[in-house]
Design a protein around this ligand. Sequence first.
Ligand SMILES: Cc1cc2nc3c(=O)[nH]c(=O)nc-3n(C[C@H](O)[C@H](O)[C@H](O)COP(=O)(O)O)c2cc1C
Length: 202
Amino acid sequence: MFYDTESNAHGMAHDPFKAIVAPRPIGWIGSKGRDGSRNLSPYSFFNAVGDRPKMVMFSSSGRKDSLRNVEETGVFTASFVSRSLLDQMSASSAAVPYGEDEFALAGLTAAQGRLVDAPYVGEAVAALECRVTKVLTLPDMEGDETDSHAVFGQVVGIHIADAMIRDGRFDLAFAEPIMRLGYMDYAGMGPVFELRRPSQRT
Ligand SMILES: Cc1cc2nc3c(=O)[nH]c(=O)nc-3n(C[C@H](O)[C@H](O)[C@H](O)COP(=O)(O)O)c2cc1C
C-alpha cells in the first residue's frame, strides 16, 4: 500500500508513521522553571544528533512544560529509561498543571545536576546534563511554522551508575533500555551482536 501524508488516508485504525520510525530511545527530560519548580517527562522524539561535541535533541509536539522550562533556564537533563523504571516513566508523562513535580508524582529522586541547575532521575542508570544550544520551531516544506519545537542541547556531563560499567563499557544488556514503538507498544532490547565496517575488517 501507499498513502500520501496530506490526505493521510492509510485506511487503518491508527497512523502507522511512528511504528515505522521505531524503535526510538526515550529521553526522560528533567528541567526546572525560573520559579524553581521541577519537571520530568518522557520524550521519544529524542536522539543523539552529534558527538563532536556531544549533542542531543528532543522535540515537543505543542508547547509543553519542558519546552517552557528549557526556554526559561537554558538547561535540561536526559535520564536513561530502564525496564525497572517503566511504571515511573509512564507516571511522569501525566498531563499535570505547570509546576507540579513529576519526580514526586512518580516516586523518584530528583538528583541535582552537577554542571547544570536541572534535576535528573537519581534511580536512572545513566543521565546526561545538557545546555540548550538551539530551540527550533520546525518549519514545514512551505517554510511555515509548525507546532513541533525541537530543543537541541550540548551534553556537558554524563552520569553512569558504576554497576553498569562492565569490561570498560556501558553494558546495555544489563541496563535494559526501554524503547518506544508506535501505538501503545514498547520494546526491550534483543541480543547484542557486533558488526565491523568494511574499513574495520582485517
Ligand atoms: C514514552 C513516551 C514518549 C513521549 N514522547 C513525546 C515526544 O517526543 N514529544 C512530545 O511532545 N510528547 C511526548 N510524550 C508525551 C509527554 O510526555 C506528555 O505530553 C507530558 O505530559 C509532557 O510533559 P511536560 O508538559 O511536563 O513537558 C511522550 C509520552 C510517553 C509516555
